[in-house]
Design a protein. Structure first.
Length: 112
């Protein structure tokens, strides 16, 4: 699965204008950084926060064409709603790794 759905990025670009795309992508990148930082902060309830960001990422990742991140968020959000625990280290690390990879891909997109 691709990290970025280029067709969705192009649709977004057409909708908002090419000149506005970098600004919105920077906001999205900032959001991803905030999620990563808070997920690594041990003072927060990691399971509750993973549920929270999974719910939020379903729509924001979809809007920006972040396909892999959207799919993971949908999986985690569905699991949480079904009462499945998101407390495992593997789940947290999978989200952190995908947030990082997605961030790197969008940084490259911005630099083109």
């Amino acid at each position: 699965m691709d990290i970025i759905n280029q067709q969705q990025v192009e649709r977004l670009k057409q909708e908002i204008g090419a000149e506005n795309l970098p600004v919105l992508l920077e906001i999205f990148l900032s959001e991803l950084n905030q999620y990563r930082m808070k997920l690594t902060d041990s003072t927060h309830d990691q399971e509750a926060y993973l549920k929270e960001i999974s719910h939020a990422l379903k729509s924001s990742a979809a809007s920006f064409g972040a396909e892999a991140l959207r799919n993971l968020a949908i999986d985690y959000d569905g699991a949480a709603k079904a009462g499945v625990s998101l407390a495992s280290a593997e789940q947290k690390h999978a989200m952190l790794a995908l947030l990082k990879e997605t961030h790197q891909c969008y940084e490259k997109l911005l630099s083109q």
